[in-house]
Design a binder for this molecule. Structure first.
Ligand code: NAD
Ligand code: UDP
Length: 330
């Protein structure tokens, strides 16, 4: 009797927040998993459990450099810093990762005959003039500003995926991911959920940008990973929004985090960064219709497990994850 074919799946950016959860899910589903990462924002600790699994392999490499040939059936292309703080550290490196990375991954997929999924972003809609955002909205993006390296980099990556599908018949998938949060975000990641939770746990002021009236839609990581796996398994070769349509202002999020942590933190208002989108909420009708996907975890439940994770990572003196710059102040 033949055993069923065991898929081999490459996850670029596998040591990052989303990538490490995706590796877990794929291993659980019975695949062989290769994580390729340069550890710019990812952590070896994210692969702590996977490292002992014989079906798991790590390649330390940069997607913007020529990639080795790999016999893989599927590629999830996630490699790219996602937090504004990190992607703005070196805009040139971010553009290299987005442009050359997408090119290299598409060429690897062609050599391997693999299906390839791009982790794109709601940032392709920029500061949207249409609300909520459907996939056929072209966006309102500043090509010449602080966020351009990421926003335009991802838009160019989508264009590269489109071009490879049209010209070379590449079997592509494109997920436009909206703000996703959960355990294993780095405490110094810089995005709003991890910042607020860490600040609240340390009883430091929560750094609210602007008046906090700007909105985001927050998706729990398990829901998002399920959406990615469903998209890969589908035959949908056009962009699909993946995100939780619940919409919250940043000030509401701050209040929830303070209440749920039992923190004594006050709010500290900082200037609003340039080009910070005012509102964001996904129209997920396409994902619901074509993937049968709807997020299941409400913000309060997702925040509870995220807070529990950071309580251990940040406050437990024995934790390996505890970064020195976050040690509680005397
Ligand atoms: P993350 O920063 O935690 O993970 C990114 C991973 O990519 C890290 O492990 C990093 O070391 C690796 N990486 C970066 N540049 C690389 C390069 N040149 N070569 C190899 N590895 C590289 O971010 P995340 O939240 O896990 O995001 C994963 C992907 O999903 C990114 O492409 C991001 O743009 C996209 N995305 C995430 C969100 C979100 O809210 N989490 C939203 C929209 C899009
Ligand atoms: N933000 C904030 N305080 C922080 C980090 C972020 O008020 O410590 C705001 C940020 O300006 C934006 C929103 O929270 O309006 C979401 O920011 P994030 O960096 O998480 O993701 P973005 O959606 O902007 O890429």
């Amino acid at each position: 009797m033949h055993s069923p074919h065991q898929k081999t799946v490459l996850v670029t950016g596998g040591a990052g927040f989303l990538g490490s959860h995706l590796c877990d899910r794929l291993l659980r589903d019975g695949a062989k998993v290769i994580s390729l990462d340069n550890f710019q924002t990812g952590s070896r600790l994210n692969h702590r459990q996977q490292a002992a699994n014989p079906d798991f392999r790590l390649i330390e490499a940069d997607v913007a450099d020529p990639l080795p040939d790999l016999e893989v059936d599927e590629i999830y292309h996630l490699a790219c810093p996602a937090s504004p703080v990190h992607y703005q550290e070196s805009p040139i490196a971010t553009l290299r990762t987005n442009l050359l990375g997408a090119m290299n991954v598409l060429e690897l997929a062609a050599r391997a005959g693999a299906t390839v999924l791009l982790a794109s972003t709601s940032e392709v809609y920029g500061d949207p003039l249409v609300h909520p955002q459907p996939e056929d909205y072209f966006g309102n993006v500043n090509p010449f500003g602080e966020r351009a390296c990421y926003d335009e980099g991802k838009r160019a990556a989508e264009a590269l995926f489109y071009a490879h599908a049209e010209e070379k018949g590449a079997d592509i998938r494109i997920a436009r991911i909206f703000n996703t949060y959960g355990p294993r975000m780095q405490p110094d990641d810089g995005r709003v959920v991890s910042n607020f939770v860490v600040e609240a746990l340390l009883d430091r002021p929560l750094t609210v940008h602007g008046d906090g009236s700007q909105t985001r839609s927050f998706c729990y990581v398990d829901d998002l990973v399920d959406g990615l796996v469903r998209l890969m398994a589908s035959d949908v070769r056009t962009p699909v929004n993946l995100g939780n349509p619940g919409e919250f202002s940043v000030a509401e999020l701050a209040d929830m985090v303070v209440a749920m942590t039992g923190s004594h933190s006050a709010l500290a208002h900082l200037p609003l960064p340039a080009d910070d989108p005012r509102r964001r909420r996904p129209d997920i009708a396409k994902a619901e219709r074509l993937l049968g996907w709807t997020p299941a975890v409400p913000l309060a439940a997702g925040l509870a497990s995220t807070i529990a994770y950071f309580r251990e990572a940040v406050l437990d003196p024995a934790s390996d994850d505890r970064p020195s710059h976050l040690l509680p102040m005397e």
